[in-house]
Design a protein around this ligand. Structure first.
Ligand SMILES: C=C(C)CCOP(=O)(O)OP(=O)(O)O
Ligand SMILES: [Mg+2]
Ligand SMILES: [Mn+2]
Length: 173
């Protein structure tokens, strides 16, 4: 299925389901919906970053965490996360939820992200096999190096990674 033809789960600020919407409509109208952000670390503690494909509906060409997407109606967050990690990055690994947060941001292409975002962590030493529809580059990066680079070059990173990176690192400990 074309990723833009998907539907997303509309929620309230407590993540209770209140409906469904077309993915593009939810992002045009800035409707709060359920999402997840996966952070995969290797055994050296480095984070796998994904560079979003230039043609993504928003935030194209920006560096971000390993994988992000939205559960489909009637799909559990964890099931969607395993599905999407395989689709975007060509591998899967054990995942567990670390925390969640709500954020709202006006992005490019007149789109708004307003998400209840579940942050999941996984551990894997394999390099990804990118799906070119989704990602155009990847790298393993030390967490300290990432924090410094986000401060120095925020324009290279997605809004949501900038928003939750420090908390992700704090919650790991
Ligand atoms: C979940 C977050 C933080 C943003 C949405 O991810 P994507 O924009 O990559 O969603 P898909 O196109 O992969 O569904
Ligand atoms: Mg994605
Ligand atoms: Mn979204």
């Amino acid at each position: 299925m074309n990723a833009l033809e998907e539907q997303v789960i509309l929620v309230d600020v407590c993540d209770r389901k209140i409906g469904i919407a077309e993915k593009l409509q939810a992002h045009r109208d800035g409707l709060l919906h359920r999402a997840f952000s996966i952070f995969v670390l290797n055994s050296q503690g480095q984070l796998l970053l994904q560079k979003r494909a230039a043609h993504k509906y928003h935030s194209g060409g920006l560096w971000t965490n390993t994988c992000c997407s939205h559960p489909r109606p009637d799909e559990l967050v964890l099931d969607a996360a395993h599905r999407r990690l395989q689709e975007e990055m060509g591998f899967d690994c054990e995942l567990q939820e670390l925390f969640s947060f709500v954020y709202q941001a006006k992005l490019d292409n007149e789109l708004t992200e307003y998400e209840f975002d579940h942050v999941l962590v996984g551990y894997c030493d394999r390099n990804p096999l990118l799906n070119p529809e989704e990602a155009e580059d990847w790298q393993w990066i030390d967490l300290k190096t990432l924090q410094v680079d986000i401060q120095q070059h925020p324009q290279n990173y997605t809004y949501w990674l900038r928003d939750c990176c420090d908390r992700f690192i704090a919650e790991l400990r």
